[in-house]
Structure formats: structure tokens, C-alpha cells
Write a protein that binds this ligand. Structure first.
Ligand code: NAD
Length: 368
């Protein structure tokens, strides 16, 4: 089976981490027979905007739409904005892809690998997923909002039944695929919101329960207010399996969750819809370390592994799933051996980490 992958390296460390990510995927394709990946690279992002006046050329968007999956590095530079004092141009790429391709689910696995120190004392295992609604909530206001007389500004939270049902249902489906929360292996989807205050959030919560009813007896449901969640996620991360939430809350708590497992360099993600999907590290372009060859490529490489898993499910291609598992196992072995970039306590370069992962994949291919 042949898959076309649109590669958007983007800005800052984007090029370095994507080079690492693509090299690992190419190795996986060589080691595991039964599928092929056709990579096509495209320029998009803040640098591209500076050069051409556009962040995402229409032809690039069309190539993304027609590819089997999108693999993205990082988009945005803090000083490249739509107008002075306005938002960054990065939204023209990220939100166009998410909104127009209906990538409604931000899937953010949070997993602690052996060899990575969590800032949480004595914490050996962490393994849960933050599921962020990706195209509604407060981000539905992107490109809108009001500013009146330089005195008052507003943005509006948008919650729809259809959008909420889609993300919550994906949460329950994901729970069925996983082995449950670490605490007691129970499959649980936890809704986190601010339903004690806002009408929109109370509605999100109501729709959550409507969907949860369909999974009665298969997956349990739980509810935690978002402010309490920032506390409980840190105190008892093993209580969680899938945490489903509104867009802006998901944006914030997924970074907090990433901090528990080694930081942004350890945070992969998938922006997933029913027909399209994009895979990217959850971090940004880290401009202060760009070009130094020290960026952590693991979030990008693990996002590549997620991409193979999604392609496998989407196209009934078990070989792609195998290749994704091979990559994840090689990542685990590599960090356990101490081959790590400086952000997670090592001294290796971006390229050395990728080379080591490929060596581990070759050495353990027979175990598949
Ligand atoms: N999805 C995306 O492409 C995305 C996401 C977030 C931010 N951004 C953009 O990125 C730019 C910088 O944003 P920011 O500084 O808030 O967030 P950032 O994620 O780029 O950086 C936050 C911190 O984490 C570190 N970091 C991030 N990724 C790392 C990696 N792979 N290895 C080692 N350290 C890493 C950075 O050095 C920095 O200290 C902004 O223009 C922002 O809009 C893009």
C-alpha cells in the first residue's frame, strides 16, 4: 500500500526536527515491508510569509487536502504578525488546515518513558491522553472578535452539539482502543470544563453525558472542573485515561501535561478528522534554539509513529501499525540508554538521537 505524505517543516526548529522525523519514517518503511511512503515537501509558515506575503499558498493547501496525511514541524515566529499588534500569521496555516479539513480532534498522548525524569517525585509511570476539541470553543473566534475604540475587546466561545458529540465520541472510541488508566486499568473518559459558571460549558457537559450513555457498561465517565483538573492532573496523573475538553482549555492543559513527562520535546500530537489528519509535535518553533542542532526530535518522531497508526486504521494496513510500534519501541530504548537531547538531561544532538532510534529499529526488527 502506498501513502502520500505532505511534509511542512515550517519555521524555527521545524526543519531540523522534520529531517529527523522523515529519516525515521523512511527507515521504518524500509524495515517493515507492505507499505510505502511518498514524501512531498512544501514551504509554509512565518518565514514564507515574510518572503512572499502568504503563509500557506493555495497550492500547498490543495496538496495537503489531497495527500493521505500531513506531517508538520512547527509554524510561527513571534515577530511575524498579520498587522502590528495583531495575531501571528501562524494561524493562517494552522487554523486553515484544522478548520477547512475538519481536523476536529487534537489527540495528545502524555506518556512518561523510562530514562526521563518527571518533575513529579517518585513518579514511575504516566500514560493518559488529552483530547482537545480543535475547531470550536474559544478558537472559533479566530479572525473575528471585536475591538471597540481601543477600550473594549471581545472573543466568543462557540460550542455546538455536533462538534461536541464528535470529540466526545472520539474520546470513548480511543478509550476502547487503550488499556485503561494506570490506577486500576479502568477505561474512563473524563470531561473537564467550567460548567459551574458558563452556559456554553454546561452544554458541553450535557452533550458529554448524552454521548457517554451510549458507552454505558463499556467505558466509565468522570467529570472534573478545569481549575481542579490542573491540580489533580499533577497530584494524581494515574487517575486519568482520556481527558476530553474544549479547545482553549485543551491548548493549556496539554502543555501542563507535557511538563509532567519531560516537556514539550516529549509531546507528540495528531490533529485528526474523519477523512484527513495532520501529525505534529505539540510544541512550537522554539526560535531561540533553532539552527543549533540541539532540538529534541522525539515529539516529532512519536507523531510520525501516530501517523502510521492512523494510516493503518484508516486503510486497513497492519504493516503500517507494526512500523509505528517499531518506532515507539525504539524511542523507548533510545531514551532508556541515555541518548537524549539537552532539554531532557542529555548531551546528544538532534541527528544523533534520530540515528540511534534508527539503529534500535534495525536491531530489534525481528521482534515484530
Ligand atoms: N503547532 C505549532 O506549530 C505551534 C505551537 C505552539 C507555538 N507555536 C509558535 O512557536 C513560536 C514560539 O512559541 P513558544 O516559545 O511559546 O513555544 P515553543 O513550544 O516553541 O517553546 C516553548 C519552550 O519549549 C522549548 N522547546 C520547544 N520545543 C522544543 C524541542 N523540540 N526541543 C527542545 N526544547 C523545545 C523552547 O526552547 C522554549 O523554551 C511562536 O511563534 C508560536 O506561535 C507554534
Amino acid at each position: 500500500m502506498r501513502f502520500s505524505i505532505a511534509v511542512l517543516p515550517g519555521d524555527g526548529i521545524g526543519k531540523e526536527i522534520m529531517e529527523a522525523g522523515v529519516s525515521v519514517l523512511k527507515a521504518a518503511e524500509e524495515i517493515v515491508s507492505g507499505f510505502e511512503l511518498d514524501f512531498a515537501h512544501f514551504d509554509a509558515g512565518a518565514e514564507h510569509h515574510k518572503r512572499t506575503g502568504t503563509a500557506l499558498p493555495e497550492a500547498t493547501f490543495e496538496a495537503c487536502r489531497s495527500s493521505d496525511a500531513i506531517y508538520l514541524g512547527a509554524i510561527g515566529l513571534p515577530d511575524v504578525r498579520e498587522f502590528p499588534g495583531g495575531p501571528e500569521v501562524s494561524g493562517q496555516v494552522m487554523f486553515k488546515l484544522r478548520f477547512d479539513l475538519d481536523l476536529f480532534a487534537g489527540v495528545r498522548p502524555i506518556k512518561l518513558y523510562k530514562g526521563i525524569d518527571s518533575p513529579l517525585r517518585d513518579m514511575e509511570n504516566i500514560d493518559f491522553v488529552v483530547l482537545r476539541e480543535n475547531i470550536e470553543g474559544l478558537f472559533a473566534s479566530y479572525g473575528g472578535g471585536t475591538l471597540v475604540s481601543d477600550e473594549v475587546a471581545t472573543d466568543t466561545m462557540v460550542i455546538t452539539r455536533k462538534g461536541t458529540e464528535k470529540i466526545v465520541d472520539m474520546g470513548f472510541q480511543l478509550a476502547l482502543k487503550r488499556g485503561g488508566r494506570l490506577l486500576d486499568q479502568k477505561r474512563v473518559v473524563t470531561c473537564t470544563d467550567k460548567s459551574n459558571v458558563f452556559r456554553s460549558m454546561a452544554f458541553f457537559n450535557k452533550v458529554f453525558h448524552d454521548v457517554a450513555d451510549r458507552y454505558e457498561g463499556q467505558v466509565e465517565r468522570d467529570h472534573v472542573l478545569i481549575d481542579a483538573m490542573t491540580l489533580l492532573m499533577v497530584q494524581q496523573p494515574q487517575n486519568y485515561d482520556i481527558i476530553v475538553t474544549e479547545n482553549q482549555f485543551g491548548d493549556i492543559i496539554s502543555d501542563l501535561a507535557a511538563a509532567l513527562v519531560g516537556g514539550m520535546g516529549m509531546a507528540p500530537s495528531g490533529d485528526i478528522g474523519h477523512n484527513h489528519a495532520m501529525f505534529q509535535p505539540a510544541h512550537g518553533s522554539a526560535p531561540t534554539i533553532a539552527g543549533k542542532g540541539i532540538a529534541n526530535p522525539l515529539a516529532t518522531i512519536l507523531s510520525g509513529s501516530m501517523m502510521l497508526d492512523w494510516l493503518s486504521d484508516q486503510h486497513s494496513c497492519p504493516e503500517a501499525k507494526k512500523a509505528g510500534e517499531l518506532i515507539e519501541q525504539a524511542v523507548a530504548r533510545t531514551v532508556k540508554r541515555g541518548v537524549k537531547t539537552v532539554d531532557i538531561g542529555g548531551t546528544s544532538t538532534t541527528a544523533e538521537v534520530a540515528e540511534n532510534i534508527i539503529a534500535q529499529m534495525k536491531a530489534h526488527a525481528q521482534l515484530l
